[in-house]
Write a protein that binds this ligand. Sequence first.
Ligand SMILES: [Zn+2]
Length: 498
Amino acid sequence: MIRKYLAVSFILIGFQAYSQQDPVAVKYATTITTEDLKENLSIIASDAMEGRETGKRGQKMAAAFIASYFEELGLTTPVNGSFYQPVPLFSAGVPVVTLKSGSMEFTREEYMYTGSLATAGLVDVPLLFVGEGAEEEIKSVDVKGKAVMFLLDPGASVMNNPSIRAMRDQGASMVFAVIEKEDDFKRTTSMIRGFAGGRLSLTKQPNQTGNTGVFYLSAQAAGKIFKTTYDKLKKASTDKKLDKIKPSVVSYSIEQVYGEIKSENILGFMEGSDKKDEVLVITAHYDHIGISSRAEGDKINNGADDDGSGTVAVLAMAKAFVQAKKDGEGPRRSILFMTVTGEEKGLLGSRYYTDNNPVYPLSSTIANLNIDMIGRRDPNHKGSAPYVYVIGSDKLSSDLHTLSESTNKTYTNLIFDYTYNDENHPERIYYRSDHWNFAKNNIPIIFYFDGVHEDYHKPSDEVDKIEFDLLSLRTKAVFHTAWEIANRDSRLAVDRKK
Ligand SMILES: [Zn+2]
């Protein structure tokens, strides 16, 4: 056996400098099958899971499925005898707001506030009128520390408006956006009310950095604030005679209201052998964006790719490692298989794990392999050979990058596309999925991703669009990387910054 092994590897090294395959690793990689992946994904991404929105029934059902899968495999329960790590979250409701100008108090039919600011009681703020909020209008006045009011262009975006951003950038302490038509105003206020409760956070602390929020005002209320009429505001704006509108003062108080949401990360642990104190963490988020009540037809965002694909990949790897351990070939280091919640709400589940309750010390967490969407192709790779975007492998550890490259060449030969690994890439993917919470703690990470496709965050992200051969091959690539990391002699060196 050994002779033959050496001879073969000599030839291969002479040819391509690839290392020889470890037949034991290959044996357990082959337990990762398209059938298994498909069976599990058909459950995780079924309509019954209702899009797995954090804190909702579908998320809980998916959690129960994953936990029972870990239990059947015989993984260890890491959290006080359970696979469940409770993640307490807070949802911001509709804030309690008072809005006044002098002795005049506005009614809830005249305005709608959205934002996370909280004031200490009623605050008086000088108010300027800046017409339609064109950039030159904003720049021509000193808005710092003042509230500014502008007339919202009916065709412009209400929620993601460049004028609002420009005013904040100039230091405005509050923005009032006036919606001319009553119908538009009503639609906006009901939309904002509809969003309430969807914004989740790990703490109750209101966010006061930069984004103070926006008051949307009816045309009539806008006139009243400046002791004039809406038509006069509009005329001053069109005539470019903003000085005709004398500055005013507004008073407002904002109190944030929170509901409590219970969610959970699901953790399954496998103890290593001679290096069991060092832990490799393999993650995927199992939550998704739930039901889109405004969508036509199918309203359930199944999230088969995002991130059902990563979730079933984690299950398949857990199964493979369990089989290896049963056969006496278990990993030297420990492995934590963790499917996290709240990713779609802002990487909350992974942040809770690293910031609030790392069940295994971060100092002995040697790496995180994170998977978010690996079952599809993006438009740039429609006819390409099997590929995956690889992000972050070289950021903290040159060991990890070398290992990742050589493992892939030896076993899976995927095209590793490093487009999103570029620090200057506008998508900044390195900071946008759960691995970031490990990377920010100086733990080397690799993030695997298939790119953004036409069904991203839509009800059409369905199981029948998954390429299971590709999903299986990518899962094997992650598996072999995990196998190498868990079994190599030395711990991965952290020798780079960011
Ligand atoms: Zn995702």
